[in-house]
Design a protein around this ligand. Structure first.
Ligand code: SAM
Length: 274
């Protein structure tokens, strides 16, 4: 079992984030060479907060991600299971409602949010598929999911450069700028072990989201994933049933549907709206 797996034990992860809460945002900006600002703008655009909407930011940390959604009259709930991060967040963003809670067992009723988003958090969750299912549950029908997460550059040369950065540069920079460099060794390992854009898209689809798509940011160092909870699951199920019934059966007339070619573009997938 790797260190990233071991450290994914909820208590250990929460304790680790408690320990870095104060300097967390500064270290991140240094490690991302300022790109975090652009990633956050792209995420906020994808979430597209509207007046009167309720938006849930899961694994919100100190609320840096949440603050970008609290505009246009939308109300944001920031959830995180690290009390240290939440305490720091409440100090920094008094206008945002912070909740201590687990992404795998969201403390909310079904279908209460217009949009659910998670930035750089899903990778840290012990069971990411369970967290995705929870996000689906609390979204209203037609609601939007936006995930911003580290990913894998699709171009081999860039991927090799990225791996070298994680192994060689990140530990040194984190050692100089963070109070807990160990937390950043975990960061490097967890990014390496995290699945690529295609696999995460399958997980999102797997819990029921439709219109699943992603867009690479900074050449795929980060990917922005989106999905929708179907507006009416019953209507969609009956559409799918009708489509299946209308499909010619094997051997009917020799006119079978060719299999869909896999997407190899490395930039976006699916019938999405990116
Ligand atoms: C890298 S930080 C991201 C914070 C913030 N979203 C941002 O973009 O700056 C990851 C956060 O995930 C939280 N986290 C990890 N697992 C969690 C879980 N199961 N439930 C809630 N929060 C979790 C950690 O406490 C940490 O604050």
């Amino acid at each position: 079992m790797s260190r990233a797996d071991m450290d994914k034990q909820p208590d250990e992860v929460a304790g680790m984030f408690d320990g870095v809460a104060g300097g967390y945002d500064r270290t991140n900006t240094i490690l991302a060479v300022g790109n975090d600002y652009l990633w956050r703008i792209a995420t906020a655009r994808a979430v597209d907060p509207q007046p009167g909407e309720r938006i849930l930011d899961v694994a919100a940390g100190t609320g840096t991600s949440s603050a970008t959604f609290a505009k246009n009259g939308a109300s944001v709930v920031a959830l995180d299971f690290s009390p240290g991060m939440v305490e720091e967040g409440r100090k920094r963003h008094p206008g945002i409602e912070f909740v201590v809670g687990d992404a795998q067992q969201l403390p909310f009723d079904d279908e209460v949010f217009d949009a659910v988003t998670i930035s750089f958090g899903l990778r840290n969750v012990n069971d990411p598929k369970l967290a995705l299912a929870e996000m689906y549950r609390v979204l209203k029908p037609g609601g939007r999911l936006v995930i911003c997460e580290f990913s894998k550059p699709p171009v081999a040369l860039l991927r090799a450069g990225h791996r070298a950065y994680l192994k060689l540069v990140l530990p040194v920079v984190a050692g100089l700028s963070s109070s807990n460099p160990d937390a950043y060794s975990y960061l490097a390992e967890s990014i390496e072990e995290w699945p690529d854009q295609g696999v995460l898209s399958q997980w999102i689809r797997g819990v029921g989201f439709t219109r699943v798509a992603y867009r690479n940011l900074t050449a795929g160092v980060v990917a922005l994933h989106r999905g929708r909870k179907p507006a009416d699951a019953v209507v969609l199920a009956s559409h799918a049933k009708r489509k299946r019934a209308a499909r010619p059966k094997a051997g009917d007339s020799g006119a079978s549907t060719p299999p869909t070619a896999p997407n190899t573009s490395g930039t976006a997938t699916d019938a999405g709206d990116l």
